[in-house]
Write a protein that binds this ligand. Structure first.
Ligand code: ZN
Length: 68
């Protein structure tokens, strides 16, 4: 899997975290961002975002499940 062309913003996620797609793409993959802390995520990352409920957001689950 290709590495993103630039480092992602990684902040400490708070208990208000809310992830969604940004509409931008990074390295060909949809770029996700946390509205609360500004962290960013793409599917090539080793970690998986969780929201303020402690659950993986549906949009992230769908992105992980998307065929290459
Ligand atoms: Zn966050």
């Amino acid at each position: 899997m290709e590495h993103p062309p630039r480092p992602l913003a990684i902040e400490d996620c708070l208990n208000e975290c809310s992830w969604d797609v940004t509409g931008d793409r990074l390295g060909g993959d949809p770029l996700f961002a946390c509205a609360a802390c500004g962290s960013e995520w793409v599917r090539s990352e080793d970690w998986t975002p969780i929201d303020w409920l402690g659950e993986v957001p549906e949009t992230v689950v769908a992105e992980r499940a998307r065929p290459e």
